[in-house]
Design a protein around this ligand. Structure first.
Ligand code: DGL
Length: 257
């Protein structure tokens, strides 16, 4: 099966890695819209129009299923993905994020911290979906608009990153520790840094839950025959903007899309 994985930039690679690990032997097409990243500081209308054009481009490449590995695009433009790609199966990182939180909660009174882009947090999608499961959940939502540009720059272990993370999570350090969801697929690149400033908190991401959803919805098997090699196509709308340390991770020359 040819599976498309979409993100505004290099964040969705954190999801793709998990999918490739669990489901080898498939064809993967990754598209990062690096000419337009970050999405999280753009208006809903801008995000919707970017998603429509990205979906059209991926469709022409013959994908048979799409994994939306971008919380911002999913929160603001799920309908635009559907309009362009239906009836193709579309898997949603927000659904996976909600599942990751509920799986990780020790009790309904455990504090839940959603760390996301400005657009995702302002959409209130996580608090809306979680409150539907239990209206008594204690949910905090923190927008972190500077993190995606720093990660795209490759400043993953940079002092500026440390200061920025510290600033965003400072007010939660005095709370009873709970579960913090990385509700942006870029943030697993800096998971260690976030854990450092949220000691005692359980910091989680959505990649494993998304892989579980993929297994169910796409009937993927974790035991692909050894003969079938995973094939990988990398596309970026601005491949020249990708930071060197990220390029080293993907071990491949990306194409312009
Ligand atoms: N990885 C995207 C997400 O999960 C980042 C969005 C952005 O470009 O700001 O939300």
């Amino acid at each position: 099966m040819k599976i498309g994985v979409f993100d505004s930039g290099v964040g969705g690679i954190t999801v793709l890695k998990e999918l490739r690990k669990q489901f080898p032997g498939h064809e993967y097409l990754y598209f990062g819209d690096t000419a337009n990243v970050p999405y999280g500081t753009k208006s809903p209308t801008q995000i919707q129009s970017l998603v429509t054009s990205a979906s059209e481009r991926m469709k022409t490449q013959g994908i048979e299923a799409l994994v939306i590995a971008c919380n911002t695009a999913s929160s603001l433009a799920f309908q635009q993905f559907k309009n362009t790609l239906s009836p193709m199966p579309i898997l949603d990182v927000v659904e996976a994020g909600v599942k990751s939180v509920t799986d990780a909660l020790a009790s309904p009174s455990t504090p839940i911290l959603i760390l996301g882009t400005r657009a995702t947090v302002r959409s209130r999608i996580y608090s809306t979906l979680l409150k539907k499961i239990d209206p008594n959940y204690h949910i905090f939502e923190q927008e972190c608009p500077l993190l995606v540009p720093l990660i795209e720059e490759g400043w993953i272990h940079h002092p500026v990153m440390e200061l920025t993370v510290q600033e965003y999570v400072r007010s939660y350090q005095s709370l009873e520790p709970g579960v913090a969801l990385l509700a942006c697929t870029h943030y697993p690149w800096i998971k260690g840094g976030i854990e450092k400033y949220l000691p005692q908190w359980t910091v989680i991401d959505s990649a494993k839950a998304l892989a579980q959803i993929a297994e169910q919805h796409l009937q993927l098997s974790t035991s692909a025959p050894h003969s079938s090699l995973t094939s990988m196509q990398w596309y970026f709308s601005d491949p020249d903007s990708i930071a060197r340390n990220v390029l080293n991770e993907i071990h491949s020359a990306p194409s312009k899309f």
